[in-house]
Design a protein around this ligand. Structure first.
Ligand SMILES: Cc1ncc(COP(=O)(O)O)c(C=O)c1O
Length: 311
């Protein structure tokens, strides 16, 4: 497998954030999956290592994937394709915007071709994008190319293994770990963590990307050989607000808190929501003084510069 990020990624203490939440200084830690790796870094690289190995095994010369206009996964797929000497086609929801900001700007720099899928909400977001991606794959095949379709969010039972490895790193880095808080998009990151750590240590914070994250993460776990009652999964739906792209006051507050206590920057779509979930869990007494807690910094900062409410 081509290594796309340097592991183990750092685990940093967040003493001023801990204190601001009334916890002991060595209680909250940041797992910096945003720091290491190509294309700006982020959780998707752990999954894309597996996806790239699959593409190479299939003799692919072009990676095709899907996502929202500001998809971090699409941007990192473009970076991985560039690094591997492959082409990238990104099938993105919506219409082409007047200006290319945030991840879209980086997609361009990385040389990806973008196909705008239009309004896919009616077909169900991921399914609508998937149908358009299938057409793109068929067109590429007809043109004599060998495309490899990387699934929505980079998530499959095989690629989610990348987060089983991340959980093993955490166990080494913080043996008395009590909670890991992670944003849930396509669900692969949470599924990998739960596969290794079990359901009680992992708190997934819903971003609104999936209609039923509990069922999706449950399905993934089943296919990864760890079937469990989906009700056992810990999921927080309190920070979805008006939906995936919305600015949510609790998220904005958590992003400011982490920035102003630790100097660490989070996006408003993913890691900001995870941070809001962590703050909410502390305030609700679910994370108690003494319990060591990791916030997964899964990357995504470019999305901040493309957020519709920050224009
Ligand atoms: C920055 C960031 N964090 C977390 C996630 C969620 O990961 P997953 O799709 O595996 O649930 C994503 C997904 O797009 C992401 O871009």
């Amino acid at each position: 497998m081509d290594p796309l990020l340097v592991t183990p990624t750092p685990l940093e203490p967040a003493p001023r954030l801990s204190a601001a939440l009334g916890l002991e200084p060595d209680q909250i830690w940041l797992k910096r999956d945003d720091l290491a790796g190509i294309g700006g870094g982020g959780n998707k690289l752990r999954k894309l290592e597996v996806a790239l190995a699959e593409a190479r095994a299939a003799g692919a010369d072009v990676l095709v994937t899907t996502g929202a206009a500001q998809s971090n996964h699409a941007r990192l797929t473009a970076a991985v394709a560039a690094r591997a000497g492959l082409d990238a086609v990104l099938v993105l929801a919506g219409e082409e915007p007047a200006d290319r900001r945030g991840n879209l700007l980086l997609d361009d720099l990385l040389g990806a071709r973008i196909v705008w899928a239009g309004d896919v909400a009616d077909a169900g977001y991921a399914a609508g994008l998937g149908a358009r991606a299938d057409e793109v794959v068929a067109e590429l095949r007809q043109a004599g190319r060998t495309p490899h379709l990387v699934p929505y969010g980079g998530t499959s039972p095989a690629t989610a293994q990348g987060y089983v490895t991340a959980a093993e790193e955490l166990e080494e880095q913080l043996p008395d770990l009590a909670h890991v808080v992670v944003a849930v998009g396509s669900g692969g990151t949470m599924a990998g963590l739960v596969r290794r750590l079990g359901p009680t240590k992992v708190l997934g914070v819903d971003t609104g990307a999936l209609p039923d994250p509990r069922a999706s993460v449950g399905d993934l776990l089943e296919q990864m050989g760890r079937g469990l009652e989906p009700a056992a999964l810990r999921l927080d739906h309190d920070h979805v607000g008006e939906g995936y792209e919305a600015m949510v006051p609790t998220v904005r507050e958590a992003v400011e808190l982490v920035a102003r206590t630790e100097g660490v920057l989070l996006d408003l779509t993913y890691v900001g929501r995870a941070a809001a979930g962590l703050v909410g869990a502390v305030r609700a007494g679910l994370i108690r003084p003494g319990a060591r807690t990791v916030l997964m910094h899964t990357g995504g900062l470019p999305g901040l510069f493309g957020h519709p409410d920050l224009a």
